[in-house]
Design a protein around this ligand. Sequence first.
Ligand SMILES: [Zn+2]
Length: 166
Amino acid sequence: MYNSPPRFCSGCGQPLAPQYVVVEQRERLVCTVCEEIHYINPKVVAGVVPTRDGRAWLLRRAIQPRLGAWTFPAGFMEMGETVEEAARRETFEELHMDVRITGLLNIYSRREAPTVLIVYLAEALTEPTGGSEALEFASFDPESIPWRHLAFWNTEAALRDWVQSL
Ligand SMILES: [Zn+2]
């Protein structure tokens, strides 16, 4: 879930370089030729903890980064959809499962992180059959969550919040 900063200007194609922008009082990536400022802001990642009968469905990532680690369905929000729609779409892509969102679990950000993760609680409406981004999937009760094999810091934080919410 990481994206590297652009190296070239989207306007004129010339190299970008860090430069202190006085009116904004911070360093920005600025084109060395046309001086256009290239803003880098965190991206929204939408996720769902899909549950049924007190168990949460997780999947093991089939893609890098953190290939093989466990997580709940989540992915980058696209233009033209709401956060909830992004969360449901990612759940269908990764687990082939329909969910009904029942509430907001929490929002996860860190100063050094390039993403803001928004996680919903959801009721699993169908059995998952798995998508191309899942090596395998399984449901876990709070006692059996694979804490030592989770994908990201915010995966663990969200699942701890889910356990707390029970
Ligand atoms: Zn330029």
